[in-house]
Design a protein around this ligand. Structure first.
Ligand SMILES: *[C@@H]1O[C@H](CO)[C@@H](O)[C@H](O)[C@H]1NC(C)=O
Ligand SMILES: *[C@@H]1O[C@H](CO)[C@@H](O)[C@H](O)[C@H]1NC(C)=O
Ligand SMILES: *[C@@H]1O[C@H](CO)[C@@H](O)[C@H](O)[C@H]1NC(C)=O
Ligand SMILES: *[C@@H]1O[C@H](CO)[C@@H](O)[C@H](O)[C@H]1NC(C)=O
Ligand SMILES: *[C@@H]1O[C@H](CO)[C@@H](O)[C@H](O)[C@H]1NC(C)=O
Ligand SMILES: *[C@@H]1O[C@H](CO)[C@@H](O)[C@H](O)[C@H]1NC(C)=O
Length: 644
């Protein structure tokens, strides 16, 4: 249904209209097949922005650009694990200040469609579910499992009352709230679970707000995803059959507004696969068809942003997602207006503000290997256990854990160290007495040869590469989740060191006395995981500096980088497709040197080439490497049909 303009002569502020037209209401008109806002038929064109993927500093800028693209509304997810890092510990401050984000949207005149979870998918670690849920190992996530539901109820009891003030009828921007996400794609198909969520949402938000679900546009997906009392919407990609997609929605909702809650402007990437690009013309054409029907649409994503820190998710068979969540969206990761932005919406009076920065190389140097600074990274020392424990069992959810045992025998000849049950989640950097031996990788490399003497320290630094966010493998335990064997013998008597690297980067690594570089092992391929530091000075007094920039890693292999303690995310140029990481200007200063810390896990250029990282003014997220070309044979992007 096409919105009709308010009748001339009846200003919403006049006394007459306030008698006749209900003020600030939002609902569904099943007779006219549309939404109805303040008594008038209403259709929205919305765009997705995830506040958790954009620094707070840039929220206003991005929202203004969305407003100027002509959008009526924005859509955002609430990642539960971002706000409840430990059970019962809540964080709504700084970059997590959701209420401030909602207030900005309201001030700018954008309505909000809130996707409150508890599960969100979103290419976000574990689909937004907190990893501490896995402390009950047998938990059935996204079901009526009593422990799961109790945790959900408690969390929603914190989140939803905060959201209530921001509902449209209470003067805020939120017109609709989504319950769960694509539940029809999940194996559990537990209607009682959806009923419990419906009850919890109604309890906290009242009866008036429109609650809805989103599922793939087929009766198959809607079967377990839709529930009486939750308005069923669908999602589908450009280029498909719009009639068929909306017919699927009609199988659940015979009348009411047509809604595509995720109309894909691009697509997600995986490490080792070619960067996905979706041409603007394809999107513009299908968008036109959707709008011609009077349907409502949300462009997913309008701006993708960045998986800062450790927040990326993964898909199965295990493939983790890169740091950039650019998504080939109309606004780039850095908020620049792209050709797609202009193609999707005529923009009036918009001034493009490109990210520019002088192109500079910065020298950095090694300060120590992970093993050398172990006491600083793991001040409370190791947990001892006969067999390996998972991350959750040692109460660490993200980053890295070091597993140490002694070699039980002389391995003078190359001896097989293996993970017969594919239990390295997700990558392990193996050394013997500080000499690097190789890398084990989930689903890819289950065996390496090692050498060393009986009694030597066998150190296995395990990296959590992001938890599976989609499908039945959500219970994604990290660390050594099954035994390792040396020859055929199970290795025992582990010392397991939880590592607080992010804390250490802030507090000690700068100014830590450097160690001379150590070589050994297999110099062509692997070096011990080590920290490198350097500083980046930005001249003061130049009005336009600092600005956004991108950092590039010439001849580096794989690791993590922090600037002034802010964790920018993972880099992995050796696998691609992403070669540069976005550096938002708000983390840079010009008054004192900016501190850079790099944790390189495999091989740095420092011993043979220049020990430098580079700042550039253009992102490269579409590189092809030998590994991406090979991986392309295995992976064809297909919305909504990842293998379970
Ligand atoms: C689109 O789907 C509709 C309904 O299933 C069908 O009638 C129509 O032929 C399809 N159009 C194309 C181009 O495949
Ligand atoms: C390992 O080899 C050394 C000599 O290289 C020998 O002294 C030692 O007994 C051996 N240890 C074991 C456990 O076999
Ligand atoms: C490990 O060593 C054995 C014996 O030297 C050799 O046959 C095998 O190819 C090696 N495996 C790997 C993965 O290097
Ligand atoms: C390791 O093997 C032991 C003995 O077979 C078994 O009891 C234990 O559960 C295994 N541990 C893991 C993490 O698989
Ligand atoms: C960088 O580290 C030094 C030494 O710890 C500190 O004095 C300085 O303030 C840090 N710079 C920034 C921008 O935080
Ligand atoms: C990557 O994108 C840039 C800018 O759109 C383009 O010029 C370049 O050809 C692309 N490279 C590859 C390998 O696709």
């Amino acid at each position: 249904c096409f919105p009709k303009p308010p009748q001339i002569g009846k200003s919403p502020l006049s006394n007459e209209s306030s008698l006749n037209i209900p003020q600030r209401t939002f609902g569904i008109d099943y007779d006219r097949n549309c939404f109805v806002k303040d008594g008038h038929p209403f259709r929205y064109i919305s765009g997705s922005i995830h506040y958790s993927r954009v620094p707070r500093y840039y929220w206003k800028d991005r929202l203004l650009k969305m407003k100027m693209a002509g959008l009526d509304a924005i859509q955002t997810y609430v990642p539960w694990n971002y706000h409840e890092p430990q059970m019962g510990v809540y964080d709504f401050s700084g970059d997590r200040d959701l209420e401030y984000f909602l207030q900005l949207a309201n001030e700018i005149g954008l309505l909000v469609i809130l996707r409150a979870g508890p599960y969100i998918c979103a290419e976000w670690d574990m689909g937004g579910l907190p990893a501490w849920l896995l402390e009950k190992e047998s938990i059935v996530l996204r079901s009526s499992d009593s422990d799961y539901l109790a945790a959900v109820e408690k969390w929603m009891g914190v989140l939803l009352p905060k959201m209530k003030h921001h509902l449209y009828q209470n003067g805020g921007p939120i017109i609709m709230v989504q319950v769960e996400n694509e539940y029809g794609s999940y194996f559990a198909c537990d209607y009682d679970y959806l009923r419990s969520l419906l009850k919890i949402f109604r309890q906290h938000l009242g009866d008036e707000v429109v609650l809805f679900t989103t599922d793939g546009a087929s009766q198959f997906h809607l079967k377990c995803g839709a529930l009486q009392g939750l308005y069923a919407t669908v999602d589908f990609a450009p280029g498909g059959n719009v009639t068929a997609a909306f017919l699927a929605q009609r199988s659940s909702e015979p009348t009411g507004p047509l809604v595509n809650s995720e109309f894909y402007t691009g697509w997600l990437d995986h490490w080792g696969h070619r960067h996905v690009v979706v041409p603007s013309q394809t999107i513009a054409k299908t968008l036109n068809e959707i709008l011609e029907r009077g349907a409502n649409v949300n462009l997913y994503m309008f701006i993708g942003g960045t998986n800062f820190g450790y927040w990326n998710g993964a898909n199965m068979p295990y493939m983790s997602q890169p740091t950039s969540y650019d998504y080939d969206a109309p606004l780039s990761e850095a908020g620049d207006l792209t050709e797609k932005y202009f193609a999707l919406r005529e923009v009036i009076g918009m001034v493009s503000i490109p990210s520019t920065f002088l192109e500079w190389f910065f020298e950095i140097s090694q300060v120590g290997t992970v093993v050398e600074v172990l006491d600083r990274l793991s001040p409370s020392g190791p947990v001892k256990s006969t067999y390996p424990l998972t991350f959750v069992q040692v109460k660490q959810y993200f980053g890295f854990v070091l597993y140490r045992t002694k070699l039980p025998k002389n391995c003078t000849e190359p001896t097989q160290l293996s993970s017969p049950l594919n239990g390295v989640h997700d990558r392990a950097y193996v050394s013997v007495d500080g000499v690097q031996q190789g890398v084990l990788e989930r689903g890819k490399s289950l065996m390496i040869n090692i050498t060393g003497n009986a009694g030597a320290n066998l150190d296995i630094l395990v990296e959590n590469m992001g938890r599976v966010n989609f499908g039945r493998y959500n219970n994604d335990f990290k660390g050594l989740v099954s035994n390792l064997t040396l020859d055929q013998d199970i290795l025992v008597d582990w010392e397991i060191y939880p590592l607080n690297i992010d804390g250490a980067v802030n507090h000690f690594i700068h100014g830590y006395p450097g160690h001379p570089k150590r070589s050994g092992g297999n110099p062509q391929s692997y070096e011990a995981p080590a920290f490198y530091t350097g500083t980046l000075s930005i001249p003061g007094g130049i009005p336009d500096l600092p600005q956004d920039t991108y950092v590039k890693f010439p001849d580096w292999t794989k690791g993590q980088i922090w600037i002034n303690g802010f964790n920018l995310g993972r880099y992995w140029p050796a696998r691609g497709p992403q070669l540069t990481l976005f550096v938002p200007s708000n983390i840079l200063v010009s008054s004192v040197p900016n501190n850079i810390t790099v944790l390189e896990l495999e091989h740095s250029p420092c011993s043979t080439l220049l020990c430098e990282i580079e700042f550039v003014d253009e992102p490269i997220i579409n590189a092809t490497t030998p590994s991406t070309l090979q991986a392309d044979l295995l992976f064809v992007p297909q919305p909504l049909s990842f293998p379970l």
